[in-house]
Design a protein. Structure first.
Length: 316
């Protein structure tokens, strides 16, 4: 069986798990909490457990791509709001996430943590802690990681390595030849693989990924159209406007809010699915030469070529 070349490109571990990414978990010596964190988040990034506040402060001070995860519980010693405040005081740019059960006893703790600088909260049984951590790590790494995470719900899993290649080389304005060379195959092989995956043509796919990345820069980084065009690999702002207009999107200057970005993302998702080539059954075309060959074969065997042959299921 022919293996798709799209899955052959693996320059890094699974998304959200980079070499320098880590999860700093405040456990205070709670073994049950440590087991839960190791079971839930170890496949996203390495988990470093800190049992004292000085150890937590030292781990945060190391920098790199990291998020701090704390469990908000009643009666914790030391108090979780003071732990969050200490992390924010030592490193204001650090991302601190909290998770807890939704109970009346911890409501005051949640409010106190929010005042101390808690960035996000996941309620156990309601929210997805894994996705919250992955989005936080992606936000630490940059807009290309966020776009790659959002593409997971828009394209087949086999196409994610392809999207990673495009985003890694987005400033260069990658085309089909560049992407196929990075994947270790030829352009025609890439086209067949894209057809098998049920997505758009390679050129259309690359264009949609670049446009989504450009929309992210416009909406969240508030860059000018000229700066966005340069970062997304377009030769000029005119080329970026032309690409958006060709895709039926709003003008780049109008993509300035998360709502507009969400609308662009949904439009590109529909474009990727609607432009996928339809898989039609191959119906052989009967030519005049084939009809003549059938007639001659029927005459040679003494049977008429017009005799209908019944299927075995119709024979009684």
């Amino acid at each position: 069986m022919r293996r798709s070349p799209l899955t052959a490109y693996t320059p890094a571990p699974a998304f959200g798990r980079a070499d320098d990414a880590r999860i700093i978990a405040w456990s205070a010596g709670d073994r049950s909490h440590e087991r839960f964190m190791a079971r839930t988040l170890s496949h996203v990034a390495p988990v470093v457990f800190c049992r004292t506040e000085p150890a937590l402060a030292d781990e945060v001070a190391k920098g790199g791509t990291a998020v701090v995860v704390v469990e908000i519980a009643e009666g914790a010693v030391p108090a979780i709001p003071s732990v969050v405040e200490g992390v924010k005081r030592r490193c204001p740019a650090a991302t601190v996430l909290g998770y807890c059960w939704l109970r009346p006893a911890v409501s005051a703790q949640i409010v106190a943590c929010a005042r101390a600088g808690l960035d996000a909260l996941a309620l156990r049984g309601y929210d997805d802690l894994v996705m919250l951590v992955r989005r936080s790590l992606a936000r630490e790494r940059g807009d290309d990681a966020i776009v790659l995470l959002e593409l997971e719900s828009m394209i087949p899993a086999s196409m994610l390595p392809w999207a990673r290649v495009v985003l890694e080389r987005v400033r260069e304005g990658p085309n089909v030849s560049v992407v196929s060379r990075a994947l270790g195959c030829g352009p025609r092989t890439l086209e067949r693989a894209a057809h098998d995956a049920g997505v758009a043509t390679p050129a259309r796919f690359i264009a949609c990924v670049r446009e989504l990345y450009a929309a992210r820069l416009l909406a969240y980084r508030r860059l000018s159209v000229e700066e966005t065009a340069e970062r997304a690999g377009y030769p000029s702002a005119v080329a970026l406007r032309r690409a958006f207009r060709h895709e039926g999107l709003v003008a780049p200057a109008d993509v300035r809010t998360p709502a507009r970005y969400a609308a662009v993302r949904e439009s590109l998702r529909r474009s990727l699915s609607s432009s996928a080539p339809s898989l039609r059954a191959a119906i052989p075309q009967v030519t005049s030469r084939m009809r003549a060959a059938r007639r001659s074969n029927g005459d040679a065997s003494g049977r008429s070529s017009d005799v209908d042959v019944r299927s075995s299921s119709s024979i009684t």
